[in-house]
Write a protein that binds this ligand. Structure first.
Ligand code: FAD
Length: 291
């Protein structure tokens, strides 16, 4: 599944994604679909040498496996954004994310004329909804006075459930010692497998030609305005040094996508320190869209 450091060394990619968490896996799949038709073409029109061959997408993570950081904890709820601030980026990301997951599931499910499902790509339970439980009087008041009105502003259907007994009837797996003051049923929230879905997206990307490099960490980025290319330098994380003889991997790319989760600020610093070195006219190529 992974690519050896030796095989990516000195290659030129259309896009490099930093971070193989939930976000990186989804982004690389979508990029592969966008860039595939022009991959493997010589980039003579882009200020590149004729021998430079664009190699599609590369996704890099510092860990031994993908999905090991925040994504490892993902409970798999497909959120509606019921409690997000109306009009916020958080709300639109959640709404768009949910739409994409439902669409992907639908597109990939093959039904016979009798309605039998032949292949279900990843589990998606659309019926249960999710339950937000108030564990104190204060949380119960907050549910009623803040969260329900916010859900209504966001156009998300919710139902207040009063009393511990009703909550325990809906969800019998709560520990008997958990204090329950009431809860909120968010009807349209679906549930998937929080590991399998992003892993499935990553596998699809790899199947369509993306490369995955593990146990390397982005250390440096330099931009060459004449080539319009970034040169990225990765160093092995301690546990990977035995698997490759390379102490540094260098690749070139047109686009660098920061999906580093909690490490995103440090990736951003690497990129910004390079950008601050460049004259504004040299930065112009950076605003060109990928698709
Ligand atoms: C307990 C818990 C439950 C959750 N439940 C849900 C839920 O039900 N539904 C939901 O939608 N969300 C849920 N979330 C939130 C969700 O898990 C996160 O929003 C999501 O995993 C973030 O993914 P990410 O790809 O941004 O980050 P990450 O998973 O952290 O991925 C970032 C990756 O970047 C790599 N990286 C960082 N810096 C570098 C570098 N310099 N070079 C190379 N690689 C680098 C890291 O190794 C990491 O693998 C939950 C979170 C928690 C903690």
């Amino acid at each position: 599944m992974t690519t050896r450091a030796e095989d990516v060394q000195s290659k030129t990619y259309q896009a490099v994604v930093i971070g193989a968490g939930d976000v990186g896996c989804a982004v690389v799949r979508s990029l592969v679909n966008s860039v595939a038709p022009v991959s493997l073409t010589a980039g003579s029109g882009m200020g590149m040498q004729p021998h430079d061959i664009l190699s599609g997408c590369l996704i890099v993570d510092q860990n031994m496996w993908p999905l090991m950081e925040s994504s490892a904890a993902n409970a798999g709820i497909i959120h509606t954004g019921f409690d997000a601030s109306t009009g916020s980026i958080e709300q639109s990301c959640m709404q768009e994310g949910a739409r994409l997951v439902h669409k992907l599931h639908e597109d990939m499910t093959i039904k016979s004329p009798s309605g039998h499902i032949f292949s279900e790509p990843f589990p998606l339970d659309k019926k249960g909804g999710s339950l937000l439980v108030a564990r104190s009087e204060q949380e119960w008041i907050e549910l009623k006075t803040k969260i329900v009105p916010q859900a209504s502003r966001n156009g998300v259907e919710v139902e207040l459930i009063e009393g511990e007994e009703k909550i325990r009837m809906i969800e019998s797996n709560f520990s008997p010692s958990l204090p329950i003051f009431g809860g909120l049923l968010i009807k349209d929230e679906a549930q998937t497998d929080g590991f399998f879905l992003p892993f499935f997206l990553l596998l699809q990307a790899l199947h369509r030609g993306a490369s995955l490099l593990l146990q390397y960490r982005l250390e440096e980025a330099t931009f060459c305005p004449s080539d319009k290319l970034w040169t990225l330098s990765f160093s092995p994380t301690s546990s990977s040094s035995s698997s490759s003889s390379l102490s540094r991997v260098k690749v070139r790319t047109h686009f660098l996508v920061n999906c580093a989760g909690l490490g995103a600020d440090s990736v951003d610093r690497v990129v910004r320190s390079e950008l601050s070195r460049l004259h504004s006219s040299q930065l112009l190529p950076l605003v060109s869209p990928l698709v």
